[in-house]
Ligand binder design. Structure first.
Ligand code: F6P
Length: 572
């Protein structure tokens, strides 16, 4: 196989299996899987080595299934694999996305220093700042009411139409920072999101909106994503049916890298906010893709979000590997997924405001590191990223925690919480209950409950011997189940920016350790392309093409049913 030409390559990125440390890690991992996590937690210096803090984010890995020896080996492997050079290469704008020959410079979007950000020898910072000014101007105009709708009404609702990275990041931030929406004296401008091509997504939202006071932001890096274009066309038809074609100029903005497609859609380039090829979709929330955030919380708060990310970038860029938060978390991810073979990581925010954190991180981690070949196209001989899933606590305790406590799978957990509450009710201990539950779950996962303690409890309840013997095994908690706790001071723009930048960089670290390109996503292409043909076949506009028998039958069945539905409707 021919390796892709090294496009200005100034770094080396070997695979982990090129070094003896990887094999040592694997055999050490086998030993640790057999050992007692409780003993590890009780080890001297445990808290000192396994708790870290930076930029208002505290990471407690003291209940992780990782000891000092494993940590040493991981750091040694990271050094052999040139992780520090990798971090530098990314921050310097080198084209580390080798299959697309692109730099990966989302850090430039939040660069608050006067350092330049070079892409192919050109400083992109002036363009970044110019675009930030445009975001600010639009946010101010909408919030102040100086930008009005076609009929002269104030804008009260903004709808972001986008999918994947053009949806998940701004959606998460708008939800998380809901307490900041109503920054008086500006009246509330409500943010909304439409992503799914399922008409129910747009249809349900439009039922509650008035075109006169609604602004649409069509967010798409490529401006060719079929779901987004379909939703944008339907939103435009809804608007125009009520206000006429001319209204588009006051109610539609585009956010994209692709001016030609924006113009083709019918949005004048003067109403386009730009970003660049070197911003990956899933890392784009800091760019104009975050415009809806700036409108919802105000540009000052949006800049605080960027500032929070910037301080985490600085930490990532400068802290030694052993004290570096994203490095330590990325190495833990690599350790769990690749060395210990964990199939998944359960991400549980103990915060309703962070309910969308698992979905956002799912894309960030799984689209980045769910790969099967290394940077040069050679198959991996080890597992890549694990599955990220989760839902907020305490709700998830009443849904899937049963499996986490007593199931047969190895599922490391990660809990995230804010120390300060965002909502408080006088005399009601909601936040203390929330935090207590998180701590209790991490302790229960660790300590479990053995057979003897269960028997004692049942005896105290006055159960018979037969009952005790029948019931006891069902009430045993094996324990020794690892978890990590991440605490942020509070959910404000700055800390949220720092948290999300931490998550982005840990994905980079994991990808670097895996020896893969974390910044392409070819795996989403095939299904996308097939869908284009199948749409025509379902509509009956094209004869069925060659499919496997199962697909063929499914298409035929649905095509006939849809035809019947259409006929029934036209006969009504
Ligand atoms: O799912 C593939 C993907 O390309 C993501 O990487 C991206 O975030 C999403 O589609 C949306 O792409 P676009 O912003 O170009 O519409």
């Amino acid at each position: 196989m021919c390796a892709l030409p090294p496009f200005g390559k100034l770094w080396i990125m070997p695979r982990p299996d090129a070094f003896p440390e990887f094999e040592n890690l694997r055999s050490h991992g086998k030993e640790l899987r057999q050992s007692s996590l409780v003993d590890l937690v009780n080890a001297p210096r445990r808290l000192k080595t396994m708790q870290l803090e930076a930029e208002g984010i505290f990471v407690d890995m003291s209940k992780a299934l990782l000891d000092e020896r494993a940590l040493e080996l991981l750091l040694a492997l990271a050094r052999k694999q040139g992780l520090a050079d990798g971090i530098r290469a990314m921050c310097e704008g080198q084209p580390i996305n080798n299959t697309e020959k692109r730099a990966v410079l989302h850090v430039a979007l939040r660069n608050k220093s006067d350092r330049p950000g070079f892409v192919e020898g050109r400083d992109v910072m002036p363009e970044v700042r110019a675009e930030l000014s445009k975001i600010e101007a639009l946010a101010r105009a909408v919030r102040s009411g100086s930008w009005r709708g076609h009929t002269g009404e104030r804008i009260t609702d903004v709808v972001n139409i986008g999918i994947g990275g053009s949806d998940l990041g701004p959606r998460l931030i708008c939800e998380a920072l809901e307490p900041y929406w109503n920054c008086l004296p500006s009246p509330l401008v409500r943010p909304h999101f439409v992503s799914n091509v399922d008409g129910a997504d747009l249809g349900r939202l439009l039922k509650g909106l008035r075109p006169e006071s609604t602004l649409f932001l069509i967010s798409s890096k490529t401006f060719t994503t079929p779901e987004t274009i379909a939703n944008a066309k339907s939103a435009r038809a809804w608007l125009c049916s009520k206000l006429g074609e001319e209204a588009v100029a006051r109610h539609f903005f585009a956010i994209s890298t692709n001016e030609r497609e924006v113009a083709r859609f019918g949005i004048d380039p003067s109403r386009m906010l730009r970003f660049w090829e070197w911003v990956g979709g899933r890392f784009s929330l800091w760019s104009a893709i975050g415009t809806i955030v700036a409108i919802a919380i105000g540009p000052e708060r949006f800049f605080e979000l960027l500032e929070g990310a910037f301080v985490m970038d600085e930490h990532f860029r400068t802290a030694p590997l052993e004290h570096n938060l994203p490095v330590r978390l990325g190495l833990l991810d690599f350790w769990y997924s690749t060395v210990l073979g964990a199939e998944s990581l359960a991400l549980i925010p103990y915060s309703q405001l962070l309910a969308s954190l698992p979905s956002w991180f799912q894309q960030c981690a799984m689209e980045s590191n769910g790969k099967g070949v290394d940077r040069d196209g050679f198959p991996l001989s080890y597992p890549s990223a694990s599955i990220i899933w989760g839902a907020p606590g305490t709700n998830s305790q009443h849904a899937f925690f049963q499996l986490l406590h007593q199931g047969t799978r190895f599922v490391p957990c990660e809990f995230v919480a804010a120390i300060e509450p965002s909502y408080d009710f006088e005399g009601a201990p909601h936040h203390v209950m929330l935090l207590a539950n998180m701590i209790a779950q991490s302790e229960a996962l660790l300590l479990g409950k053995d057979l003897e303690s269960v028997r004692q409890d049942l005896m105290k309840e006055g159960r018979s011997t037969e009952e005790i013997e029948a019931l006891a095994p069902h009430k045993v908690f094996p324990g020794k189940r690892p978890s990590t706790v991440i605490l942020m001071e509070r959910i404000d723009p700055r800390h949220l920016g720092a948290l999300l930048a931490l998550y982005e960089h840990r994905v980079f670290v994991q990808g670097w350790m895996l020896g893969i390109n974390s910044f392409d996503q070819w795996g989403v292409e095939l299904g996308k392309r097939l869908a284009q043909t199948i749409v025509e076949e379902l509509k009956g506009a094209a004869p069925p093409s060659a499919h496997d028998p199962s697909t063929q039958a499914l298409i035929a069945r649905l095509r006939n049913k849809l035809k019947d539905l259409l006929q029934a409707k036209s006969g009504e």
